[in-house]
Design a protein around this ligand. Structure first.
Ligand code: PMP
Length: 427
């Protein structure tokens, strides 16, 4: 049975984007694998492809401007510094924030580590509870485990509601009262679920830490590619994200934090560029984000990320979200009809993201991915750096198809049909 075309009526929002124009901006999308198979890239939750403007911005920096920043007075150094700091301003503005709220990191992982070692280590200790969840990426679990051994903080986990595949908000409401810091994944990289982050922040601020209010860190790695995030409007204290999940280069990301909170943070990576003065007796540090950016930064990557947000800014992110979530919703619905396929997650919600995790009862996920790759379909398999979540789901891994702005209905349809063919061959 072919995927049902009439169900494409579920996809009115797809029409709001000009997919031909969008796809033409991404050179890799016209690649033929081994010279023949058309690439259908469905591993966007791992990393997205890059539009030509991002590649050009990085090439142009290396070809014409390359120099270290914040150091020399020569022309190239001046241009590189200006471009790097203009990137900070432009990227921060995309997230509605002042430039001094943006600390460049290597990505979400380093941003969360900066919260742990820069803020929590300096401000929390024995008796403090860090509340996180069973849905987290390892990047939002392991730093807390290491820190708890070092300074005695207690970690508590809000469970996943196994029935609804969403966060157990009743458990959250109770647990938040003891929390000094709440760390939650904004949008899951496995379940296609967006947490109610507005309510989480409101509860943490009004009831956290016995009514005093808790600090809140959101892992927005999977959210930034799907929706427009306004950091000040959201009202959390820390926002962690990676450029490479939103069309930008690998190796760069950000921690957004407020000026007041930044003042209570201590540097956890130190050396050149983050200091004001150094004597053999001691050092003083720069103010603002520079205090946390020791060493030569990711200069070309900042140029590239700036180009990526400018590219994204041409599109209405509500249309982008509607497009991606309707592709995931349609695909999950079709896949439920394939014998032996089990879907993990929720795809019936307005807030559904672009991720569809699945398994077949007989075919190992790894084999499924190879068989899909043979048809040109790039999907991911594994625990997705979320082993506690896998345990909650009662599996050790899943296969995962994830959509982004450039994926089309035809690709979703071809994916479902190829998967159906693979399953039929094995039955
Ligand atoms: N959190 C989530 C939800 C993610 O999906 C990822 C990337 N898989 C990360 C954190 C870590 O991001 P990075 O590897 O870019 O640091």
């Amino acid at each position: 049975m072919e995927a049902r075309i009439e169900d494409k009526a579920l996809l009115p929002s797809t029409m709001a984007l000009n997919l031909n124009t969008i796809r033409a901006d991404f050179p890799i999308l016209s690649r033929r694998l081994e010279g023949e198979r058309k690439l259908v890239y469905l591993d966007n939750a791992a990393t997205t492809q890059k539009p030509q403007v991002v590649i050009d911005a990085m090439n142009d920096y290396y070809a014409n401007t390359n120099a270290n920043v914040h150091r020399a007075v020569h022309t190239l150094a001046g241009e590189a510094t200006e471009g790097y700091e203009a990137s900070r301003t432009g990227i921060a503005a995309y997230f509605g924030a002042p430039r001094d709220n943006l600390i460049f990191t290597s990505g979400t992982t380093e941003a969360i580590n900066l919260v742990a070692y820069g803020w929590a280590r300096a401000n929390l200790g024995k008796g403090d509870v860090v509340l996180t969840t069973e849905m987290e990426h390892h990047a939002d679990i392991v730093p807390w485990q290491i820190l708890s051994k070092e300074c005695g903080i207690e970690i508590r986990y809000v469970p996943l509601d196994r029935e609804t595949m969403t966060l157990d908000m009743e458990a959250f409401e109770i647990a938040v009262e003891d929390a000094s810091l709440v760390c939650v994944v904004h949008t899951s990289n496995v379940l296609g679920v967006r947490n109610d982050v507005e309510r989480i922040i409101q509860l943490a601020k009004s009831r956290g830490k016995g009514g005093e209010g808790a600090h809140v860190m959101l892992d927005a790695a999977q959210a930034a590619p799907h929706e427009r995030i306004d950091f000040p409007e959201l009202g959390c204290d820390f926002l962690a994200l990676s450029a490479h999940k939103m069309g930008g280069p690998t190796g760069i990301g950000a921690l957004f934090t407020t000026t007041d909170t930044m003042e209570t943070m201590k540097p956890f990576i130190s050396g050149g560029d983050m200091i004001e003065t150094v004597t053999l007796e001691g050092s003083t540090y720069q103010k603002g984000p520079h205090k946390f950016e020791a060493g030569t930064p990711r200069i070309a990557e900042a140029f590239g990320w700036h180009a990526a947000v400018q590219w994204l800014d041409q599109h209405n992110m509500e249309d982008v979200h509607a497009h991606i979530s309707s592709l995931a919703r349609w695909t999950a619905k079709q896949m439920r009809d394939i014998p032996g396929i089990r879907i993990y997650g929720r795809h019936d919600l307005e807030t559904t993201s672009g991720v569809v995790s699945f398994l077949h009862e007989m075919i190992h996920a790894e084999d499924l991915a190879h068989l899909m790759d043979a048809g040109g379909f790039a999907v991911r398999t594994g625990h997705h750096c979320a082993q506690p979540l896998m345990e909650a789901l009662g599996v050790s891994s899943t296969a995962r198809a994830s959509f982004w702005i450039y994926n089309t209905m035809e690709e979703a349809e071809a994916f479902v049909n190829h998967l159906r063919g693979v399953v039929e061959r094995f039955s």
